[in-house]
Design a binder for this molecule. Structure first.
Ligand code: HEM
Length: 525
């Protein structure tokens, strides 16, 4: 850098003056007052005390003292970039959403990758699910697909989420582990949560130690609904496929990389975009109707199940490219607020009980994390179209409506009004039933798809799953937890259960875990 100078001068009274100067804009306080000296606080005499009168010193320290905001309660460690989505195939038959119907339309977007369990300062190569959260700034408002790099989830009902996360993150007494799943609390919870077994197969696979963010898939996980101009609904699952292909590292590589460079994934993404190697993903959809949903082996509202691509192929409808780095990590990557309920006309929800809980959780946590109902005014969160409503005031209000009307209906000229033709309409599904704390019997099978996933893997991939389970469970101190886990594996694949039992040094095979319904063996690999 040119033009920076640093000098120490001795003043008339023998005191020292540090002077850091040079070319460039003049430093100012937050009030815009030019600063003459940023090295020395205002003192009485050369040796102090420091004076309260030094408003610049106090403002500088005050601002520093408040730099931290709460990290995300999950997915705290993340890394984001800007990009553009281009639609290549219109889904007009199924949805009225402009982003999915106007071929050639370029929609700006922001993607944040993350780990789930680790704290903000944890390492990139932890064995963990990767978040894949996309914000599309569409002409009809912001649409967020808040997904992961795995197409299923640990639990079926959002009421279990706080327990899952408590069990996965550091234990409350010891404050560790900060990033790894290998500990008693996590496996204790999992061993008592049979619905997580399908996800367990995926997290023990190499998908949870990706080579970089550029090499992960993304999934919307839940079944959503598309709604066309006539109001007809079609079920949809969202997929993102990296053009560089799905790539992972091996466990021993992950451990070494974590030690040598805990920022390996974020550095890789930064360097690639900085050098013009813009990573790209195809976007695809699985579309199906009520008839398919009614006849499918599992419940399409159950987030622990996939719809095999052999049954409903993924239809590629467009692609996106990440081609712009953030200007400021905090302003953009930290302050971005994704929410499953950010949805545009032509796209809707289903009754998936995990999705229903998420729709409440994100907005609620973001009020705490970002500190004000006006976090939608932060540029990374603001839609790139005009926002018109009569919500007003609150902490940090950045845009205020001009004029007299702050209510509606009103009869003042030129004020915003609702639009029955263009506005968001909820899909009018028929709902009936008694009120009760229950789960549908169609959610009862927890092992069949776990087995289907495991047997669909190649031999080496199966070995990695066995190795990962053995390694993880070997870190669990309580033998009864290890045994119960092997009991679950017996419902998935006997050979896998034996491999893990042998690896853990078991003398006898523990009993099979009780299954609510008999696992199926007739599903193809
Ligand atoms: C954050 C995905 C389930 C609550 C996130 C993020 C992702 C994600 C990707 C990070 C967003 C970012 O980068 O800023 C998922 C997926 C789920 C799931 C794919 C299941 C299919 C849930 C459930 C709840 C929940 C069931 C609660 C009921 C949260 C919260 C945050 C979060 C509170 C922090 C948000 C913030 O502070 O900005 N989730 N999540 N998630 N998730 Fe989930």
């Amino acid at each position: 850098p040119k033009g920076a100078t640093f000098e120490t001068q001795i003043g008339e009274g023998g005191e020292l003056h540090q002077i850091a100067s040079g070319e460039g804009a003049v430093l100012t306080t937050q009030q815009g007052i030019p600063i003459a000296d940023d090295q020395n606080s205002l003192k009485v005499g050369d040796r102090g005390p420091t004076l309260l009168e030094d408003f610049h010193f106090r403002e500088k320290i005050f601002h520093f003292d408040h730099e931290r905001i709460p990290e995300r309660v999950v997915h705290a460690r993340g890394y984001g970039a800007h990009g553009t989505f281009t639609l290549t195939e219109s889904l007009e038959e199924f949805t009225s959403a402009g982003i999915l119907t106007e071929v050639g339309e370029q929609t700006p977007m922001f993607l944040r990758f993350s780990t789930v369990a680790g704290n903000k300062g944890s390492a990139d190569l932890a064995r963990d699910v990767r978040g894949f959260a996309v914000k599309f700034y569409t002409k009809e408002g912001n649409w967020d697909v808040v997904g992961n790099n795995i197409p299923v989830f640990f639990i079926q009902d959002a009421i279990k989420f706080p327990d899952l996360i408590h069990a996965a993150k550091q234990e409350p007494d010891r404050g560790f582990p900060q990033a790894q799943t290998a500990h008693d609390n996590f496996w204790d919870f999992i061993s008592l949560t049979p619905e997580s077994m399908h996800m367990v197969m995926w997290i023990m696979s190499d998908r949870t130690i990706p080579r970089g963010f550029r090499f992960v898939e993304g999934f919307g996980v839940h079944t959503f609904r598309l709604v066309n101009a006539e109001g007809k609904g079609t079920y949809v699952k969202f997929h993102f496929k990296p053009k560089l292909g799905l790539q992972s590292v091996a466990w021993n590589e992950a451990v070494k990389i974590n030690g040598a460079d805990p920022d390996f994934h974020r550095r890789d993404l930064w360097d690639a975009i900085d050098q013009g190697n813009f990573p790209e993903w195809d976007m695809g959809v699985q579309l199906f109707d009520d008839e398919f949903a009614d006849n499918f082996e599992f419940d399409v509202l159950d987030a622990t199940k996939v719809i095999p691509e052999e049954q409903i192929p993924v239809r590629i409808i467009g692609s996106f490219k990440l081609d712009r780095l953030v200007d400021n990590f905090f302003a953009e990557t930290e302050q971005v607020a994704f929410c499953t309920q950010n949805i545009v006309p032509g796209i809707g929800f289903t009754n998936d009980p995990l999705l229903q809980g998420r729709n409440f959780s994100y907005l609620d946590t973001q009020l705490k994390r970002l500190g004000s109902t006006n976090f939608t005014h932060i540029p990374i969160n603001a839609p790139k179209i005009p926002v018109n409503n009569y919500q007003q005031d609150g902490h940090m209000a950045m845009h205020a409506r001009k004029g007299r009307a702050n209510y509606e209906p009103n009869s003042w000229a030129g004020t915003p009004r609702e639009s029955p033709s263009k506005g968001y309409k909820h899909f009018p599904s028929q709902e009936t039933g008694r009120k009760a704390q229950v789960r549908s019997a169609t959610f009862a099978d927890h092992y069949s798809q776990a087995r289907q996933f495991f047997i669909s893997q190649t031999e080496i991939e199966q070995k990695h799953i066995g190795d990962a389970l053995t390694f993880e469970l070997s870190k669990v101190e309580r033998v009864d937890i290890r045994e119960l886990m092997v009991g679950h594996l017996l419902n998935i694949d006997e050979k896998l259960a034996k491999t893990v039992a042998t690896g853990l040094g078991f003398k006898a095979m523990p009993p099979k875990a009780k299954a609510a319904v008999e696992p199926r063996t007739d599903l193809p690999a």
